[in-house]
Design a binder for this molecule. Sequence first.
Ligand SMILES: [Zn+2]
Length: 67
Amino acid sequence: MKCRRCGKIGNHYCSVEGRQLSENDDGDFFLSMAIGAVTDSAILGGLLGGDLVGGIVGDLLDGDLDD
Ligand SMILES: [Zn+2]
């Protein structure tokens, strides 16, 4: 899994995030994106998936298709 913040692969110390990141941290982004797309709600995606940015992206992706 490639880090969406700095582009490094897998577990690493993310200089952008300023903390140690694991594969699971990146997974939350995609989970949030999926929930945001399905529920058409950035808030729900962010809350349930744990990554508000992912929820927003999912919501935007879904909205674009609807328009
Ligand atoms: Zn990183």
